[in-house]
Write a protein of this length. Structure first.
Length: 422
């Protein structure tokens, strides 16, 4: 929806262009907040470098401002919310999960402080901006957080680097852990690659930052992020190159699927031998042990509805057993899908799967119909979302930029919402 000018007694106080600029800046600021640009802390410290009182003020300030902007456009807000019943159902299940939670007050606190603000921002982002505008804002947010992380690593090593533990010397930037920095650098690198090669006005300067992101991945020592960055770039080129039209595209697509299946079979059937050859831990830093315990012992305790938002990993009773099998109590399952099931059960997970699949199908049609980078972005992001959450937890756990963008795209790609802005 295009912004309208604000007048008083016939005098223009703010033009449509000024309102657009203000809302673009506000949206970018909110995304920066949820991406962690203001809540960074020293290594092994729970206290943020910025005082907690300021962080709280920013949280509730963005919360209230987003709600106000949604109320100022009630028609667009309601139309956007109603455009995707599966996404709305997923949001509803998480919000009411306190009803079956073993600790309702903890779930209500997590929903109120973390989940609802993310949902409101997603709803505002989807109802207010076109896909082109969204891609532009998200790109700048990714770049700003990346540059901030690099600046912290160089100027404030005690904050931007791991200074103790097994990852000492690895870059982490504004994030709590190197893998999070690696995932962010990967998404930034892919977005810059798209801007440099597939934008209507190709931005070749983006290749310089692209190289910086790749270098940052190397110093972060996140092997997973480095591998996913290569895979993400290959997927981007593949999606962009073939429009799935004609015999040639169908043939190449079939060959790609066959090659992927064959590679996966070889990888999983020789998992331990391959990791032993490269002198790597076959348990993937105890991930496989954690997954085994979660799947076989924890999920069966409440399989259909889960334990409620944000409860499982904060409950000593529920996390008992990990210190014996996985040698420690992890902060999360290192798998976004398992964490989602622990929160809202298999029912909530089904809602997520349908929401993702519908959004992915619509994104694929859009990417092959229009060639600009902004229309390729949803397809690439939704693909990377699945890959990232295989080994880490970047879905609805705590506050995360990935969940905001996922729900935003789920609504933005709905035919009614997209047509109203097209």
């Amino acid at each position: 929806m295009q912004a309208q000018r604000i007048t008083l007694n016939g005098n223009t106080l703010l033009s449509a262009k000024q309102i657009d600029l203000a809302e673009n800046c506000f949206a970018a600021f909110c995304l920066l907040f949820f991406a962690g640009a203001f809540g960074f802390s020293s290594d092994l410290s729970e206290a943020s470098v910025i005082p907690e009182s300021i962080i709280t003020l920013l949280r509730y300030g963005t919360y209230a401002s987003t709600l106000l902007l949604l109320l100022l456009r009630p028609v667009e807000t309601i139309k956007t919310a109603r455009s995707n019943k599966w996404a709305l159902g997923l949001i509803a299940i998480v919000c009411i999960s306190f009803l079956w939670s073993p600790d309702p007050s903890m779930t209500i606190d997590a929903v109120w402080k973390e989940f609802i603000p993310m949902f409101l921002l997603s709803l505002y982002f989807a109802s207010r901006f076109t896909l082109e505008q969204q891609f532009k804002i998200v790109l700048w947010v990714l770049v700003i957080v990346f540059l901030e992380s690099v600046a912290l690593a160089v100027a404030m090593p005690g904050v931007g680097l791991h200074t103790a533990g097994p990852f000492i010397g690895s870059w982490k930037g504004v994030f709590a852990q190197k893998n999070q920095f690696g995932a962010h650098s990967t998404m930034t690198m892919i977005a810059l690659f798209m801007l440099a090669n597939y934008a209507e006005n190709k931005q070749r300067w983006a290749l310089l930052l692209f190289g910086g992101c790749f270098a940052a991945l190397l110093v972060s020592s996140s092997v997973t992020a480095l591998a996913l960055s290569v895979l993400g770039l290959l997927l981007t080129v593949f999606y962009r190159r073939f429009a799935w039209l004609g015999k040639r595209s169908i043939l190449l697509g079939s060959l790609f699927v066959m090659a992927a299946i064959s590679f996966s079979y070889v990888l999983f059937s020789n998992w331990v031998e391959i990791l032993d050859y490269f002198d790597k831990d076959p348990t993937l830093s105890t991930r496989t042990l954690i997954w085994h315990l979660v799947i076989n012992s924890k999920i069966p305790g409440s399989p259909y509805l889960g334990y409620g938002r944000g409860v499982f990993w904060n409950s000593p009773t529920l996390t008992s057993g990990f210190e014996t099998i996985a040698y420690h109590i992890p902060p999360h399952a290192h798998n976004g899908f398992l964490d989602l099931i622990l929160d809202v059960g298999l029912i909530g997970f089904v809602f997520f799967c349908v929401t993702w699949f519908v959004a992915y199908t619509r994104a694929a049609r859009l990417a092959y119909d229009r060639k600009a980078a902004a229309y390729l972005w949803p397809l690439v992001f939704l693909s990377m979302l699945i890959l990232f959450n295989t080994f880490e937890s970047y879905l609805a756990r705590l506050t995360t930029l990935y969940w905001i963008l996922f729900i935003t795209l789920a609504f933005s790609l709905s035919p009614k919402v997209f047509a109203s802005k097209d």
